[in-house]
Design a protein around this ligand. Sequence first.
Ligand SMILES: [Zn+2]
Length: 299
Amino acid sequence: MQSAMIQMCPICNSTEWKIEYEGPVRDGVFGKYDDGTVWRCIDCGVSHLPPRQSNLEDYYQSDEYREDVGEKADPQDFFSRHDDEQFDKARFLKGTSIRGKVIADIGCAGGSFLDVAKGLAETSIAIEPGKSYHASLRERGHRAYSSLAAASEEWAGKVDVAVCFSVIEHVNDPVEFLTSIGHLLKPDGVLVLSTPNHRDALLEFSGDPYRSFFYRWVHPWYFDEDCLRSASIKCGMTFEPHYVQRFGFANFAAWLRDGKPTGNDHGAALGSVFDDVWKSTLESQKKSDYLYGFCRPAV
Ligand SMILES: [Zn+2]
């Protein structure tokens, strides 16, 4: 464990950090842990778990990353795990037509979301460091790039809608990352991103068992609405949050009772009406398990 944090906060440039959590940190799938220290920036509130890999870009380009999170680095495995999540994500594009537009998915992995959107979009751009997905992405008609830098040579200022689901918590420098996405966008373009919410109610109510599950070695960064807005502003974009609770009350109760997750496998413990109220209550209090954001170039 580290005794001090000397790194400058990429969002607010502060060098003042305090220890937020010390102890077991999830290492891939549930049940495997390795001790770590999570630091919180005193000024902007972002939290940071210094990664074990010295070069995160190399790590994401290898198959090791998917295997570390209990998946296989091949497109079919990705489809079977993630295809059914895509329509849920598509609702965030409500009010945003993608017909005839240029869309980009940053960190798209197997590209399930791009497959859903491709019928309407003029061009679908897949930006994914994991090269084992590229051949399949290209076969399905997407323009595949291994980095934002490579994509921006062709697409800087030309993208209407960028999406980036559950990626910003993985990168080395979230400000550099958002800036690079911002460079892809047209002046009236939009980025829709998502990340685990650092104000998740279970962090407050369950305590350490949930903390050791929430913090993950594959996530160096933890955000709430305020620090994501600060990061967006630093990158020349506005930020509008949208809260989403994915897991129902049964999962919450299992954490309190057993200190472990049930996911959504047990359905709605007290009926779906109660579960809907439960989810919308957490969302309205900004304590949902997921945080979405709409980032637009500031005019
Ligand atoms: Zn900061």
